[in-house]
Design a protein around this ligand. Structure first.
Ligand code: ADP
Ligand code: ZN
Ligand code: ZN
Length: 760
């Protein structure tokens, strides 16, 4: 045992965080007099260089032993008073990320600190209501009687609702021509303005009255979360509320209270759900105190938004994952909407999970964390069951709309009955019915381009990427593509193995489905939404807008279409091959399938008309499909947990995957075996130290699920333990071993929440 006085005697300090080489901090002694005050993230004064000039630095790390001769080290001079600055907080957070997920301090700092660069702000054009409300009403009346003025009418009605609209929305979503706009401008009904962002536009008009009275269920939840916060209950809250139950209104209410206390808020939303409509609701309530981050911003723009947070120019930042690192001085609340989303897991090193980092950040700042989802991750729900999170339920839609009726169709029976189409007889019947009624349809395919791989019917050869261990996908432009490294090659005419000309694509990619639908229902207008059709700027918004405006009858797409928008006129959702996501081969497959089915079904019947959902599947008895079709979250959860308990998967056990990659296959094997021994040694040492504990379990080394990417071979070692710290200790011992035995020809990646979101 160490003496209390001997702990954390040394500090690693960086003097300039904008410097590239933060990996090489300086070591200082923590004098006894300061040992209480000095923390990771503290700003301190230190004597520096030959002249011992006093300069300021941040504490990156504290440790018991020095790496150099302590006799040659200098001491920290003082702690800067009130030095728990936003920057210090971010450094402490980076330190947490580094130790928790495995990365260098440099990588962790780059994750939490915004890239330092400034550039001219990009300006956007807005269309605003210029006339008084009364004049606008009159104009709307006038144009309602004139058949040739439908475009003008459309814009004026939209402006009556929103007061201000981005010009590109007016053009693309409302289909308003420049001449219509200038004509209305001449009449003095509207005007155009160029501003840096929406909030500047709201500066001109007064903040709008945003008054939605919370219903009883919403009010009860908001009040309880707030009371717990005031009473110092630090546990995160998890709101499980069906789609459309009014979770967003609860967030807005809580943020309002936090801001009134002089504190700030971060709202995380998956990029895909970060639509104009969602953001506008926040703008209406909070006006110019908001900033939004999205993937379309340049690094410089992003940096500017975060700078506004640091300087107190905004109180609320909305955005995907990285908004979590908004350097607010006094963060009061973090909200994570759609908390089950895979995108909250960072797929690059450090492979952190936003939920865990948010929990840490909230704890550091004394704020509180609120998670919301219609289908919470099994992990979060488990925490709620254990009492680590407080659970709240919202079972009804705020609008009073009913949840849709769901039917399951067994595709095996379709085949027996002689129906070889991708559309079952029941779904066909409903599609025809809705097309006749002028109602809209969403057809959902579980995975982009799944099994659009090319194989030979004579010899069975499947065409593979020459650099990766995956099948090439056929694209309609006549090319074969690798989705992992970008390799492209023209489609072949004959089998490269046997020369047979019976080579082609099988299964149901989105393109194939669209072709088939156009053949079956030539009278219907269709649109496809997938990775390929949304690559261009605003691709999402354009497709969704065309659909919302009913320019299209059937929207065909991948998981992208199940999020975000409300389409009041959609009364039928068809899920074409519900089982596909069951075969992705990792332990999250069932959970992901259940979430997708529930969210997709939630798209039907959002308006006044009731909706139908048809789930087509080859495995109607699979529990994720059974519970998904009944929208029975708890039923699914109980079943899934029993399964994970039996197999020792998270959240019952903690899991660490270590991925090794190298261009040299023999070298890879040799190194994996050596490191595997290092791990065995550590496991044995742990078992010896405390024989009563469940030992860490090791699986592998074995081939990674994808054994080669970009010409690098890949192997994995999996570790399981009921104790998270045991896995961190093993990660540390591997890191130490690699520090002592550097290897340029080997990449190592640690992954604490396995597999995450990546579409495989
Ligand atoms: P969620 O975030 O759970 O999907 P929203 O907060 O987006 O739900 O609410 C769904 C719809 O119901 C929105 O159009 C919202 O304006 C409306 N709504 C929510 N709460 C209320 C309420 N208390 N009174 C009236 N309308 C509400
Ligand atoms: Zn062949
Ligand atoms: Zn490839």
């Amino acid at each position: 045992m160490k003496l209390a006085g001997s702990m954390n005697r040394f500090a690693e300090i960086i003097v300039d965080i904008s410097h590239e080489k933060v990996d090489r901090p300086f070591e200082y002694i923590v004098p006894d007099a300061l040992s209480e005050e000095v923390r990771v993230g503290s700003q301190v004064e230190i004597p520096f260089g030959k002249g011992n000039k006093k300069i300021k630095g941040f504490v990156l790390n504290l440790k018991d032993e020095a790496s150099f001769d302590p006799a040659k080290l200098k001491s920290i001079a003082s702690v800067v008073p009130h030095s728990t600055s936003a920057t210090g907080d971010m450094i402490a957070l980076a330190y947490f990320i580094k130790t928790h997920y495995g990365s260098t301090m440099n990588q962790a700092l780059k994750t939490v600190l915004p890239v330092k660069k400034s550039a001219a702000a990009v300006k956007e054009t807005y269309v605003l209501q210029e006339a008084s409300d009364e004049e606008l009403e009159k104009a709307i009346d006038r144009y309602s009687k004139d058949k040739r003025s439908v475009a003008k009418l459309r814009l004026l009605k939209e402006l009556r609702r929103e007061k201000v609209l981005p010009a590109d929305i007016v053009k693309d979503k409302l289909n308003i021509s420049p001449s219509t706009i200038s004509s209305l401008e001449k009449e003095g009904l509207i005007r155009k303005d160029v501003k840096e962002n929406l909030r500047d536009v709201f500066d001109i008009k007064e903040k709008q009255n945003y008054t939605i009275q919370l219903n009883e269920g919403q009010q009860r939840i908001a009040d309880d979360i707030w009371t717990r916060y005031e009473n110092g209950d630090k546990r995160p809250s998890l709101i499980r509320g069906v789609t459309g139950s009014g979770k967003t209104e609860i967030y807005i209410e809580l943020i309002d209270r936090v801001v009134k206390e002089g504190k700030q808020a971060v709202v995380l939303i998956p990029e895909i759900a970060l639509t104009y409509q969602t953001v506008l609701r926040f703008y209406k309530k909070f006006g110019n105190r908001i900033s939004v981050i999205n993937s379309r911003l340049t690094n410089a723009q992003k940096h500017d938004q975060l700078e506004k947070a640091r300087l107190g120019q905004v109180d609320i930042i909305i955005g995907p994952r990285s908004a979590l690192f908004s350097p607010f001085p006094n963060l009061g609340i973090i909200i994570i909407d759609e908390e089950h989303e895979g995108t909250y897991k960072n797929e690059n090193v450090p492979r952190y999970h936003s939920r865990e980092v948010a929990e840490k950040r909230a704890a550091m700042s004394g704020g509180f964390l609120v998670l919301g989802s219609a289908t919470p991750s099994v992990e979060s729900y488990y925490k709620a069951e254990k009492g680590d999170y407080q659970l709240y339920d919202l079972d009804l839609r705020a609008s009073g709309a009913k949840l849709p009726e769901v039917e399951v169709v067994d595709l095996r029976e379709e085949l027996t009955a002689g129906n070889r189409s991708i559309i079952s007889r029941r779904l066909d019947e409903l599609i025809v019915d809705r097309l006749n009624k002028q109602e809209q349809i969403i057809l959902f395919i579980n995975r982009r381009g799944y099994s659009s791989f090319v194989s030979c019917r004579s010899c069975g050869t499947a065409l593979k990427c020459p650099h990766c261990d995956v099948s090439l996908k056929y694209h309609k432009n006549g090319k074969l593509m690798c989705h992992y490294c970008g390799y492209e090659t023209p489609m072949v005419k004959t089998c490269p193995e046997c020369g047979s000309k019976y080579i082609g694509t099988f299964g149901t990619g989105t393109q194939k489905v669209e072709e088939e639908i156009n053949r079956l229902y030539p009278q219907a207008k269709t649109l496809r939404m997938d990775f390929d059709t949304t690559r261009e700027k605003d691709g999402h918004e354009k497709i969704l807008s065309a659909f919302a405006d009913h320019q299209v009858d059937i929207l065909i797409g991948t998981q992208m279409i199940v999020k975000g928008h409300d389409f009041a006129n959609v009364t039928l959702v068809g899920i074409l091959a519900a089982d596909m996501s069951l075969y992705s081969g990792d332990y999250l497959a069932a959970e992901r399938t259940f979430q997708l089915l529930t969210q997709a079904a939630g798209r039907a019947g959002r308006g006044k008309k009731e909706g139908n959902v048809v789930i087509q599947t080859y495995s109607p008895d699979n529990y994720s499909i059974r519970f998904g079709s009944k929208q029975d979250y708890k039923g699914f959860y109980d079943f899934e947990m029993a399964y994970r308990k039996m197999l020792g998967y998270p959240p019952v056990m903690n899991m660490l995957g270590i991925l090794f990659a190298s261009e040299n296959e023999v070298h890879l094997s040799r190194q994996c075996n050596t490191i595997s021994q290092v791990i065995d040694f550590k496991i044995q040492a742990k078992a010896k130290a405390d024989p009563s504990k469940t030992p860490v379990q090791k699986i592998g080394p074995s081939e990674a699920p994808i054994a080669r990417i970009n010409d690098k071979y890949r192997k994995m070692i999996y570790l399981k333990s009921p104790v998270y710290q045991d896995l961190i200790d093993i990660k540390d011992s591997v890191e130490n071993y690699m520090d002592e035995n550097p290897d340029k020809n080997l990449d190592i990646i640690f992954d604490f929440s396995m597999m995450g979101s990546k579409e495989v």
